[in-house]
Design a protein around this ligand. Structure first.
Ligand code: 5GP
Ligand code: ZN
Length: 113
């Protein structure tokens, strides 16, 4: 298994886990861009938004609901936060296992970045 996020999900690589259930895990980003910077991933290996199959659509909906719970746990639900999914080179996706960035703890400088 070469995918770094699959290895984190399997517990083979240590991570600063903040929340998990049977389908998703949430852990702190190793290079946080904001005071709260959590990565949310499905345990299932899906490469990117571009690789989503029809069967994955309900899972992505549950990932959004999971993100909402993580934001509550992280204490940013009231003030707000940003959810970002990067896709491909122009989107800035580096890890090819679909993931959502949960960014919060400060006001974002720009509407889009
Ligand atoms: P991307 O640019 O693919 O959307 O985001 C990948 C994110 O994963 C980056 O913010 C990067 O800091 C984070 N990251 C990369 N490798 C690791 C790791 O081994 N552990 C953790 N916790 N985060 C990682
Ligand atoms: Zn993976």
């Amino acid at each position: 298994m070469s995918c770094i996020f699959c290895r984190i999900a399997a517990g083979e690589i240590p991570s600063d886990m903040v929340y998990q259930d049977d389908e998703f895990i949430a852990f702190n980003d190793i290079h946080p861009q904001t005071p709260v910077h959590i990565l949310i991933i499905p345990r299932k290996h899906i490469v990117s938004v571009a690789e989503l199959a029809d069967e994955d659509v309900p899972l992505m909906g549950r990932m959004m609901a999971f993100a909402k719970r993580v934001a509550e746990e992280a204490g940013v639900a009231e003030k707000g936060y940003r959810l970002v999914i990067n896709m491909g080179p122009d989107g800035g996706q580096i890890i090819m296992h679909i993931h959502m960035h949960l960014l919060g703890g400060r006001k974002m400088a720009d509407r889009m970045r």
